[in-house]
Ligand binder design. Structure first.
Ligand code: ASP
Length: 309
């Protein structure tokens, strides 16, 4: 029997770890446990970048992205740009279980969720609306030209936009790995923008034979290096999860240098089939992660990989 382990991104991931670790200790599957953990964060209205407390896009629409993956079967499912449905991770799981597809987007994802019996809900919280108005680039500088006025403005520093994702990886007593990634992406994003979080191989990957990995940070840059697949394939080739995460952060830096841009704030977490854990981030990310191992839940700061390393 394997010792159950859970790991999740950011301080709000502690809630996910609390929920998931309890389920794993009771003998539930990794996938059930991590999704229940992620849903607890989706349901927390104080979290501004996951679930219903999130800040909307540039035109005030709150859209959610999520994916799930079962390390035993490599079954996976995802939704992107999902509107008016509370739990994107639960819908991603239904895509995996009830359709022959992997990813449903926008109206199609919503239609599918309604068909599956999910409730149509009003997503915004009052605090979320207030913060969206206060921090909206247009509202911030009254009288000035609106900053995010068209697709050409996409070059504005994304690092300044509010974002963060809860990615939860778990190992259950049967020795199976499972993972989930759920987010509203970037606040004030262009309508239709999709990041790494619903993309299998970018925001998440899980394979019992190699390990599981997940990402958070500027999704465009995670997609560019197929971040989670990169980490898992390094583990398949024999690297420990910690080294694999550090190499992914290093690769982020190298790609940024090659492209002549400042490295984005990004972080990776990883879990091996033996329950070993890894976490690393690019410099300045101040990335924290929560973990359950050896019966203890802790919030830890990840190692940062400096640009010149
Ligand atoms: N990766 C997410 C996205 O780009 C945001 C984050 O995790 O900070 O949509």
């Amino acid at each position: 029997m394997a010792e159950p382990v859970v790991i999740a991104t950011w301080a709000f991931g502690k809630l996910a770890v609390e929920v998931a670790s309890k389920m794993l200790t009771e003998g539930k599957s990794a996938l059930d446990a991590v999704i229940a953990g992620a849903q607890a964060v989706e349901n927390d209205p104080s979290v501004r970048s996951v679930g219903f407390g999130s800040l909307p896009d540039r035109i005030g629409r709150l859209t959610l992205d999520s994916c799930v993956m079962d390390g035993k079967t490599l079954d996976c499912g995802a939704v992107a740009g999902l509107e008016h449905i509370r739990s994107a991770s639960a819908v991603a799981r239904r895509v995996m279980e009830k359709t022959p597809h992997v990813l449903l987007t926008g109206e199609g994802a919503k239609w599918f969720a309604l068909q599956q019996g999910f409730a149509l809900e009003m997503p915004h919280t009052l605090d979320g609306i207030r913060e969206w108005i206060e921090k909206h680039p247009k509202a911030k500088k009254p009288g000035e030209k609106e900053q995010y006025n068209g697709p050409e403005d996409i070059t504005l520093p994304i690092s300044e936009w509010n974002h963060d994702t809860v990615t939860v990886l778990g190992l259950d007593q049967a020795g199976n790995l499972g993972g989930v990634c759920t987010t509203s992406g970037l606040a004030y994003k262009l309508p239709g923008r999709v990041g790494d979080s619903p993309i299998i191989g970018a925001g998440l990957y899980a394979d019992n034979e190699a390990g599981a990995a997940g990402a958070t940070g500027v999704g465009e840059e995670v997609i560019r290096i197929s971040g989670s697949t990169y980490v898992v394939e390094l583990m398949r080739a024999g690297k420990k999860p910690q080294e694999a995460c550090e190499l992914a952060a290093k690769r982020m830096n190298a790609v940024a240098v090659r492209r002549g841009v400042h490295p984005p704030r990004c972080a990776f977490i990883a879990l091996s089939p033996k329950g070993e854990i890894g976490a690393a981030a690019t410099e300045g990310t101040e990335f924290q992660y929560a973990r359950f191992k050896g019966g203890k839940i802790e919030l830890l700061k990840a190692k940062e990989v400096a640009l010149n390393k």
